[in-house]
Design a protein around this ligand. Structure first.
Ligand code: SAM
Length: 244
């Protein structure tokens, strides 16, 4: 499989490309590629560039663009996951697996029952790297966006204004995710809210209803907070024909 890397669009302005230090390290020391080998570079525009390496030296790694094509790998449905903050390792799991599944935007949410409430800039940086590496590995055409955490109230308002939105609620008895999807299969974009281990509070569910978020059940079993978003995203992409 040809190695893939997301790089800054500025590096891809010309036919000849010099790789930044991080990608150069991967090429030279990790993959041990040589002049004449091919890599794929993506600039997050939805295009991919096939590059033949010309020089793999200590000072610089450079190559020449030999082909340019649409990257593929992006679902038609733009899914935003509003995931309540979880313990760091659980949240990282959601980011990595959610990227593999095809989630386009991650929005961490500070919900009432969250056990943690702060995310340092260093941690956001680490999370961005996790998302980028997962996007490269899973052959996404774009790196999903990871936004700064927001309060539940802000998130509900934002999602309510931007279009169709769902909130997974274990106490919902009237509407299943499946039934909701059968009526909305052609939606171009969708927001999905998933709560923390302690679940959403009654106040948050009332606010969600006020902003037009549709409450859905994911079945009679209670899923862990880090499982629910991934299961719902899989079901959504399956129902919308994105899983082969
Ligand atoms: N504390 C709650 C309880 O014990 O009943 C469980 C919360 S659950 C671990 C965490 C989140 O996953 C919920 O806020 C919800 O968004 C989602 N979730 C888990 N199971 C679900 C289900 N069967 N239907 C809908 N949402 C579910």
């Amino acid at each position: 499989m040809t190695p893939r890397f997301f790089i800054s669009p500025d590096s891809l302005r010309h036919e000849r490309v010099t790789l930044d230090a991080v990608v150069a390290h991967q090429v030279r020391h990790v993959l041990r590629l040589q002049a004449g080998d091919t890599i794929l570079l993506l600039d997050n525009s939805g295009w991919e560039f096939e590059v033949e390496l010309e020089a793999v030296g200590h000072d610089a790694v450079s190559g020449r663009v030999v082909d340019r094509r649409l990257a593929g790998g992006e679902p038609r449905l733009r899914l935003t996951l509003y995931q309540a903050l979880l313990k760091a390792d659980k949240f990282e799991w959601v980011l990595q697996k959610g990227t593999e599944l095809g989630i386009a935007v991650f929005r961490p949410v500070l919900a009432e029952h969250c056990v943690r409430g702060d995310v340092s800039e260093g941690r956001m940086e680490r999370w961005r790297r996790i998302v980028q590496e997962a996007a490269e590995q899973s052959r996404r055409g774009r790196v999903p966006s990871l936004h700064e955490p927001v309060s539940f109230a802000q998130a509900a308002q934002e999602a309510g204004q931007s279009g169709l939105s769902l909130i997974a609620h274990e106490q919902e008895r009237g509407q299943s995710l499946r039934a909701w999807l059968s009526a909305h299969k052609a939606a171009p974009s969708l927001a999905l809210f998933v709560g923390p281990e302690g679940g959403f509070s009654a106040g948050e569910m009332a606010l969600a209803a006020q902003h037009g978020l549709a409450a859905v059940s994911l079945g009679p079993r209670i899923l862990r907070a880090e499982t629910a978003g991934l299961v719902a995203a899989s079901a959504i992409f399956y129902e919308t024909g994105e899983m082969g």
